[in-house]
Design a protein around this ligand. Structure first.
Ligand SMILES: NC(=O)c1ccc[n+]([C@@H]2O[C@H](COP(=O)([O-])OP(=O)(O)OC[C@H]3O[C@@H](n4cnc5c(N)ncnc54)[C@H](OP(=O)(O)O)[C@@H]3O)[C@@H](O)[C@H]2O)c1
Length: 471
């Protein structure tokens, strides 16, 4: 069986890829940024996207089963983009003789769906619209519980940070969460299912309210929490609240909260009927599993790690620091410190390790970013030592990594322009450069206003990196 996986560097795709590789099937992946994938994987890579028909034709050639794990939700015109993306995928899959498409969408009914969910439903409808020519298995999941999932991160952060919560009405809405490993099991088993018709498979574990999820999560964390629901539904206020107290930025929080006002429970029994071998973990165990992965530094993928389209791909040019016109460059001689040690040290930047110097200034910058709806610092990092191209580190994204040579970070905080931070090891020096491409006058004003702080922060940062690497 030849399988195509799209969204292979996304939250679900990364985990499914691992499961598929364990089965030794012939795997091909369609990715927008091949650098974000491990080059040693035993799988074919095709660079492209669903808006580039030629790349889709190459990706889908000779494929039996194609996974569609794509969305454009972080972009303003996501509805049109997702519609076009699904139409292109379906057309080319049929042309190339693909037998089955497997799509993961969201749980919920059309009548009460949020705008985001409606768009996910529309994608499923498009992919299932030509049953005589191609078969589609449409798996639908609600809240996914797993290390690094956005829903779980929200529940965990709220539970850990707030002993008493006065909450809006949505905490009493019914949902049917499911552990991420079970989602992967359903998706994986869908490729082997002996079936020739379109199928919608709703998946979930036990039915519970968001309030119960938070209380159960607190128990799994060994905490006691009190939740007092109010009879009001405040989408804006709730979104600001989540933006401030959890790692998700305002736009993500808003789309999640909009979906929380309506029930998301399964509408059919197809999961039991067609996949009786899969017994979803109860909520409490899925939470414990997620916490264990975090404690053991084994988080495989995170909600914030996919490129998300916008900053990396929607611009006219790829992010390139050489386009910047303002910079702060610091350099120090290596003085016998090994390149390996230096590389390891600057790659440990962010998260719990902090930013090597003036962490409190970074904290303030993170809070300022949160106040205006940005990512802030509390996204942290997936792994305390290792980095991957494309993943997030606090309010940065890893843009380039060359072992023992270079780390390039691209700023995802709200700034009037584009900013990068680069660490480079030359033959005899460590060179650290902050690049800035200002947007208009405001951008220039911002840069010059921060120049004294930059001097303090960046000068001390490079010194601290060298010192820590030496130690
Ligand atoms: N995560 C959840 O909690 C959850 C819950 C229920 C359902 N689902 C469904 O599961 C599916 C996957 O979600 P996810 O959470 O894994 O998403 P994700 O982490 O945001 O990843 C999205 C993936 O899609 C890729 N992509 C986006 N547009 C593309 C295009 N035009 N061409 C090629 N690749 C493109 C992205 O690549 P780049 O890295 O290049 O941007 C990324 O790999 C979605 O359909 C979602 O609705 C997810």
């Amino acid at each position: 069986m030849k399988v195509l996986l799209t969204g292979a560097n996304g939250y679900i795709g990364r985990r499914l890829k691992q499961r598929l590789l364990e089965e030794n099937i012939s795997l091909r992946m369609l990715v927008r940024n091949p650098k974000s994938m491990d080059p040693t994987l035993d799988a074919e890579l095709v660079e492209g996207n669903t808006f580039d028909i030629a790349s889709l034709e190459v990706a889908l050639e000779g494929v039996d089963v194609a996974y569609y794990l794509i969305h454009s939700l972080q972009q303003a015109n996501y509805k049109e983009l997702d519609r076009l993306s699904a139409e292109n995928f379906l057309d080319v899959a049929i042309k190339q003789g693909v037998k089955r498409i497997i799509y993961l969408g969201g749980l919920g009914v059309k009548e009460q769906a949020s705008e985001h969910l409606l768009s996910r439903i529309e994608t499923g409808e498009i992919l299932s619209s030509r049953p005589n020519e191609i078969e589609t298995i449409w798996v639908r999941a609600g809240v996914i519980i797993g290390s690094g999932s956005a829903s779980f991160e929200i529940i965990r952060h709220l539970t850990e940070k707030l002993p008493i919560m006065v909450t809006p009405k949505w905490v009493t809405t019914l949902a049917q969460p499911i552990g991420v490993d079970d989602v992967i099991s359903y998706l994986n088993a869908s490729k082997d299912l002996q079936n020739s018709d379109n199928l919608i498979v709703d998946i979930g574990s036990e039915v519970m309210t968001y309030r119960e999820m938070m209380i159960n999560c607190a128990e799994a964390l060994g905490l006691r929490r009190w939740i007092i629901p109010l009879p009001i539904l405040t989408i804006k206020l709730s979104s600001y609240w989540l933006n401030l107290f959890t790692p998700v930025p305002y736009t993500v929080a808003q789309s999640l909260i909009e979906g929380l006002s309506s029930e998301v429970v399964i509408q059919n029994d197809h999961a039991k009927e067609y996949f009786p071998q899969i017994k979803p973990l109860p909520f409490g165990q899925a939470v414990k599993q997620a916490i264990k992965e975090m404690q053991e530094n084994q988080v495989f993928s995170r909600w914030s790690d996919a490129g998300g389209g916008k900053d990396m791909w929607q611009e006219n040019y790829r992010n390139d620091p050489s386009s910047s016109i303002l910079l702060d460059r610091q350099s120090l001689p290596l003085d016998g410190v090994s390149k390996e040690s230096l590389y390891r040290t600057f790659c440990s930047i962010g998260g719990k390790e902090g930013w090597f110097a003036y962490d409190w200034l970074w904290e303030i910058r993170g809070w300022m970013d949160k106040m205006i709806g940005g990512a802030g610092l509390n996204r942290g990092r997936r792994d305390s030592c290792e980095l991957r191209i494309g993943e997030s580190v606090d309010f940065w994204r890893v843009e380039d990594l060359v072992p023992n040579e270079r780390l390039l970070l691209y700023a995802q905080m709200k700034v009037p322009g584009k900013a990068w931070l680069e660490f480079k090891i030359t033959d005899d020096e460590l060179v650290q450069t902050a690049y800035f491409y200002p947007r208009g006058l405001l951008g220039r004003f911002y840069w010059y206003l921060l120049t004294p702080l930059h001097y303090l922060v960046f000068r001390n940062m490079i010194q601290a990196i060298l010192k820590r690497a030496e130690e």
